[in-house]
Design a protein around this ligand. Structure first.
Ligand code: SF4
Ligand code: SF4
Length: 429
């Protein structure tokens, strides 16, 4: 189907009208908390969207306030009127994309990243191999210890956020099926992400092992592709639709009990494929079925009878809610339940655990300054718990928190919940 549905990709008046301007969301908003500026609060941004909907032009100032939003959706949780802020900000970005023209260099870079790199295993493997060379050859160490990175300012800060390359990459597992350990109870599909195949290959392997330990036959569908979350967050909804159709075709007719992701940011977009494709007659019903099958790995494991044959993991752990899990998918208790099931682990709740860490997809690259400010606030809360490990549920948050632990932390290790479970299963004697 031709993607001639741009008229839907702007904030709809019926959604904007849900806001009653009460301001109860303000204190939950990281950018408002840092800046104290109404136009950088959820209410202020909705006010500006209303003005544009009424015919005001899309100005640089409007773009700035919309782009400074982390799309963390904390305001959705706080809002008593049921404003779907995530939907609004994604639509606002899509409208900005449609009515403005970016500078040539930026256009080229975005086209390369969104339409080629993220969708191409070949390009991702090449980028991963180059990154590995930079990191393993000692060049990264030299650059960092020489102080050169500090000299180049923002570029240096961005370098500190670069993901690791973890060969062998997970691409070699795509298209394979992994049998359940013991009696098979479920048959699930695992969506492995795009960059995660290079940078979180060990996490993906741990996820498969933990699912196998819990009686799942794990299929890693060969036709899967990038989920499109970064595209949606950047206003590129038509490109995201193309990816959504491919992922739906990869799993929807194969009789799975669930489709699993270990990335909260991907999960909320994958669960919203039905919204993304609601006006596509060929895919609307299939997208609904897909969204219904989609589960975050924490959510899935907490919903089944968990294999408790675990050994001790004697560490103190605090949990950082990934925004797109807590606010986007309302999955909060499940990761905590899983962590508390690990023998020897002491769980320490952190105040404001659902305040964004500043990662927010590629926000930490594009809005690096605000991202680092938000991260500093987060690390103050983390340090207050005196926990040795920061557990979370999203690869992007893991990278950001690792940078936070280096810059402001007390030597904490950062781990995905599933990696801690995997350790517990491996420690079983
Ligand atoms: S999504 Fe997050 S940053 Fe954006 S307005 Fe809502 S609370 Fe603020
Ligand atoms: S978004 Fe919700 S909480 Fe915020 S001002 Fe509007 S109605 Fe109130």
């Amino acid at each position: 189907m031709e993607d001639s549905i741009v008229k839907f990709d702007k904030p709809q008046q019926v959604d904007l009208d849900r806001c009653v301007h009460c301001g109860l969301c303000l204190n939950a908003c990281p950018t408002y908390r840092e800046l104290g500026v109404e136009m950088d609060s959820p209410r202020g941004r909705i006010y500006q969207m209303n003005q544009v909907a009424a015919g005001a032009p899309v100005t640089p100032s409007y773009i700035e306030h919309i782009e400074l939003c982390l799309a963390c959706r904390a305001c959705e949780t706080a809002c008593p009127s049921g404003v779907q802020y995530g939907k609004l900000v994604e639509a606002a970005r899509s409208e900005i994309e449609a009515v403005t023209t970016r500078p040539r260099g930026e256009r080229f870079l975005r086209k390369f990243v969104f339409e080629h790199l993220l969708q191409s295993p070949g390009l991702l493997k090449t980028a991963g191999a180059l990154l590995y060379l930079y990191q393993a050859s000692g060049m990264q160490k030299v650059m960092r210890s020489s102080g050169l990175m500090q000299l180049v300012g923002k570029l240096g800060r961005l370098e500190s956020l670069s993901p690791p390359a973890e060969p062998p990459f997970f691409f070699s597992k795509i298209g394979k099926t992994f049998p359940a350990e013991g009696t098979q109870r479920y048959r699930v599909a695992f969506l492995a992400g795009c960059i995660a195949n290079v940078s979180f290959a060990r996490l993906n392997e741990a996820t498969v092992r933990v699912l196998q330990k819990n009686g799942c036959e794990v299929v890693v569908p060969g036709e899967q592709t990038c989920c499109g979350a970064l595209h949606v967050h950047s206003g590129l909804r038509d490109e995201a639709r193309k990816l959504a159709r491919r992922n739906i075709d990869a799993v929807v007719n194969s009789n799975f009990d669930a489709v699993i992701t270990n990335a909260a940011g991907c999960g909320s977009t994958l669960k919203e494929y039905d919204e993304l494709l609601e006006h596509d007659p060929a895919y609307a019903a299939k997208a609904k079925k897909f969204a219904h099958l989609m589960k975050d790995v924490n959510e899935f494991l907490a919903s089944i009878e968990l294999n408790t044959q675990m050994g001790e993991v004697p560490v103190t752990v605090t949990y950082q809610d990934s925004c797109h899990l807590a606010h986007g998918q309302r999955v909060r208790t499940q990761p905590r339940k899983l962590l508390r099931a690990v023998p020897g682990l002491e769980f320490r709740e952190m105040p404001m655990s659902d305040l964004c860490c500043g990662s927010a997809g590629i926000y930490n690259v594009i809005q690096n300054e605000m991202s680092m400010t938000v991260l500093k606030t987060k690390m103050d809360f983390v340090n207050g718990t005196r926990a040795e490990v920061i557990a979370t549920a999203n690869p992007g948050c893991m990278l950001q928190l690792q940078a936070g632990a280096k810059m402001h932390g007390k030597g904490q290790r950062v781990a995905h919940v599933v990696e801690i479970l995997d350790e517990a299963y491996r420690n079983f004697k």
